[in-house]
Design a protein around this ligand. Structure first.
Ligand code: IPE
Ligand code: IPE
Ligand code: MG
Length: 242
């Protein structure tokens, strides 16, 4: 058995069904909404809507499984290449998602964080997001949403900030990543059978365990997340040692 994380936070959750070898920080590339809809001859927008329902389920599953930090890739800096109609569907979904879930997040003690250049979104979305950030600031567990996010841009930005301070080292760069104050990434999951990172958390993945599943994102739920955590618990993390 490897040194998969043990966490004092685990004691806070105090749940017998939570194994101490479960990851503290899980990130998910939520892929396959379009194919899920296509399989059902539904419009892509309904695939994204079903994807939103999966987000809700997985956020709840994290509470049950004692996962301290969940990072979700919701919109990449390359997703602007999609048709205007799909982008607008995604933006409307985001508006509704914030509205429908924020009270629940506050009640659950879930702190929202955003990584990526979300200020490029429409002003009303920026306002809703910032309101949600403020209202959830006291939460103990963290939901990180990657919005207009690209890992290469994140690294360039961090390196430039480090250079401005006169020190371009790995630790100086790390200090300026969006994720600087979050637990290290333990497990990265991608749904829908694609085996690539698509510009997500490139730096943070250096020693993350990875899991690729054929399940389409709208079909992903507590059972799949638990299975992923069980798989993680069997991994031996060596970090270059032996
Ligand atoms: C992921 O589903 C959601 C976003 C990228 C916003 P996709 O829309 O990429 O679904 P597929 O890959 O076409 O099935
Ligand atoms: C990655 O999925 C981005 C998100 C899940 C938000 P994509 O569907 O955009 O990735 P590619 O285009 O297949 O690499
Ligand atoms: Mg996709």
């Amino acid at each position: 058995m490897g040194s998969a994380s043990t966490s004092s936070a685990r004691a806070v959750f105090g749940m017998s069904q939570v194994a101490s070898t479960y990851p503290r920080h899980v990130a998910i590339i939520m892929d396959g909404n379009g194919r899920w809809a296509k399989k059902r001859r539904l419009p892509r927008a309904l695939g994204h809507k079903a994807g939103g329902d999966a987000v809700k389920r997985v956020v709840e599953a994290c509470e049950v499984l004692g996962i301290e930090c969940l990072t979700l890739y919701a919109f990449s800096s390359e997703n602007w290449k999609r048709e205007a109609e799909e982008i607008s569907d995604l933006m409307n979904l985001m508006r509704r998602f914030i509205e429908a879930n924020i009270a629940d997040f506050i009640a659950k003690g879930l702190r929202l964080r955003i990584i990526g250049d979300y200020k490029a979104f429409d002003p009303d979305i920026v306002e809703r997001l910032e309101d949600a950030l403020e209202r959830t600031a006291g939460g103990k567990r963290t939901l990180v949403v990657a919005l207009n996010y690209g890992a290469q841009q994140e690294i360039v930005r961090a390196a430039a900030l480090a250079a401005a301070e006169g020190e371009v080292t790995a630790s100086a760069i790390e200090k300026h990543l969006y994720t600087a104050d979050l637990p290290p990434l333990d497990l990265l999951i991608r749904t829908s059978g694609e085996v690539r990172l698509s510009n997500f958390l490139l730096w943070q993945s250096a020693y993350a365990e990875m899991l690729f599943t054929d399940v389409l994102w709208p079909d992903f739920g507590q059972a799949e997340l638990r299975a992923a955590c069980e798989e993680f618990a069997t991994r031996e993390r060596r970090y270059g040692g032996r």
